[in-house]
Design a protein around this ligand. Sequence first.
Ligand SMILES: *Cc1c(COP(=O)(O)O)cnc(C)c1O
Length: 358
Amino acid sequence: MARVYNFSAGPAVLPEPVLKQAADEMLEYGDTGMSVMEMSHRSAAFENIIKTAEADLRELMGIPENYKVLFLQGGDSLLFASVFMNLALNGKADYIVTGNWSKKALNEAKILGDPKVVASGADSNFSKIPDLSDLDIREDTSYVYICENETVHGNRIHKLPNTKGHVLVADQSSMFLSEPTDVTKYGLIHAGVQKNVGPAGVQIVIIREDLIPEDLPGVPTMLRFKTHADKGSLYNTPPAYGIYICGLVFKWIKSLGGLDAMKERNEKKAKVLYDFLDSSNMFHGTVVPEDRSIMNVPFVTESDELNKKFIAEATEAGFANIKGHRSVGGMRASIYNAMPIEGVEALVEFMDKFEKEN
Ligand SMILES: *Cc1c(COP(=O)(O)O)cnc(C)c1O
């Protein structure tokens, strides 16, 4: 059984050295005589795992002292609600809708209060990012919300919106740690790690301390960011094994040169695929060049028939999870940090051959 090139949007490919180390440490972690899965989250060994993971993440992203790092669970989708509950204390928050995931965040806010859509890419079916330089942002909005990289539609906000002095909140799930980020530009960043950083079950929140409310009447303990910030993400049992794997991935990224090196690798990989799509007569990207994601690359042919044939043959040839999201159709190649350039080159070679044969 050989490992395939896995283009899944999430849960997604992880670095092989990380998987091997986890396998080596499966039965006995260090000198503890047990697996990380079997460890008390109050043990010295686990405390060291979570503290080291946080310190490495802080170093990688240059997270300032006045930001808290939280390791949470419940799915990144839960953050669509908990971000609103913790930050929109007056019930108002403004949303930029650029695809599936920002729309879902908006829909949660609608359940809880009074969100306003200040920009939307819906009229282009999210193939473009609208102009975000001068939006009609409410003066009393609690924050401006973006999904910086839309996993399904494959677009990316390359230039952050002008929030007119308001707090910026970003879902970075599918681009987290793919390149350097200036954390000081954000009030809050959240990311489900199963896209680019680890196994499903962990979400990372990076939040400016002064945005964490002291008291939140009517909000359950587990949904208050303060609960987890005060206890270093150890208020209750955290997703311990997932945090351990994230920690190994942080070390792997550091060993390769950090986020500048990731950006260089990722841009190089994306260029191989986009250059092919731009020169192909059969395959086409679905997003305008200036707004393309370097992580999630949706593409189509002229017909559903041909898409289907391609997906079947590609899967057979060992390119796994190349089928597009049901809401967009066609194909999608997610080329996260752990996808080697050889995988992208092999895919392009296969696409070229398919084009010539069909
Ligand atoms: C996958 C994804 C989510 C949702 O993650 P779940 O953990 O499945 O709830 C949210 N935002 C983005 C950008 C995603 O890619």
